[in-house]
Design a binder for this molecule. Sequence first.
Ligand code: FAD
Length: 353
Amino acid sequence: MKKVDCIIVGQGIAGTMLSWFLMQEGFRVLVIDDGKKNSASRVAAGIINPVSGRRFEPAWMYDEIYPFAKSTYAELSALLNVNILTERNLWTVFPSEQLRDAFNAKAGKGSNEKYTTIPQDLQYGEYLQQTLGAAIIKGATVNLKEFLPAYRQYLTNKEALLPVHFELSALEVISDDEVKYGDYTANQIIFCDGVAGAANPYFQAIKFLPNKGEVLMIRIPGLETSDIIKKSITLVPQPEGLFWAGSSFAWKYPDELPTSEQRVHLEEKIQQLLKVPYEVTDHLAAVRPSGDDRRPIAGFHPEYPAIGIFNGLGTKGCSLAPLMAAHFARVIKKKEPLMAEIAVNRYFNKPRR
Ligand SMILES: Cc1cc2nc3c(=O)[nH]c(=O)nc-3n(C[C@H](O)[C@H](O)[C@H](O)COP(=O)(O)OP(=O)(O)OC[C@H]3O[C@@H](n4cnc5c(N)ncnc54)[C@H](O)[C@@H]3O)c2cc1C
């Protein structure tokens, strides 16, 4: 029997960050991940956007979340020899007069001052339909495509990765601080399994609102930029001259596969943005793991304290995961209390609607 302190199920951005910070706190971890091809973290573009929604309000806790994410990704870049975070402008084309007015009312003012500007010249005139003008939002991207496999290799080298599907039926809860799974015993098991978490019988109290997103990979001959371009669709530069073009939102879906309906929808949006021809090279889909209040979900089951969860990163896994995982790791190490806003107990303490 092999003994670790903590088993983590899932190596998306949640399990990656939590395992990293638990190891920084001195824990021995085992990460179990089945390498699901269309997990949210493997399909996401990795955008970090400082402002949210149609009112361009600063994102939740952004002034704490972003500097912490930036320094964490820099540390991991040095360790793994992968360039993880790239700061980029989001060239934001106004799709309507209302959005332009909302942006102008906030741009360069108050808490938005650091993140937003109105450009002096309208760039990309040859490529983009932008009759209502555009704005610049200062964001970033996280290179999930290289970061997650590099971290997986790091775990493998430390003999801390089991690349298999975890079967809940094989989990034995021995006591409040011991679980057994196959050849392993651990004090705790923490589920970082993304949308699969919604089916976990231990966490049926959580009101998950998972939503499916679809994405096209496209080539736009002649367009070379390091900016993210955003209108009602977002284009994110990728290696080899490709752009990630997404994404859709669907709360009702029969499966996790790409659909012809959303492909048409995404292409309509691309055509409303681009003046030039493009070619579709791929079509992907994945499900975002979200809770009903759009806040992360962390903590341990009130009746089974050896069973924990770190989930609910929604549309913002890349910005939220580092700070939230570092905080949760310190909570597990008993160095600080869990933030009430992200505590899983908020679901167990209220009647399910
Ligand atoms: C189309 C799309 C675009 C997005 N764009 C962005 C973006 O630009 N910026 C941003 O910050 N966020 C974005 N997101 C959201 C982001 O992807 C999520 O917040 C984040 O990836 C969630 O990470 P996670 O680790 O919780 O879940 P996941 O990434 O889903 O990871 C779960 C992991 O658990 C593993 N797993 C599950 N069950 C088992 C099991 N039984 N056994 C073993 N392994 C298991 C899976 O293989 C997977 O690796 C996007 C999401 C989608 C779908």
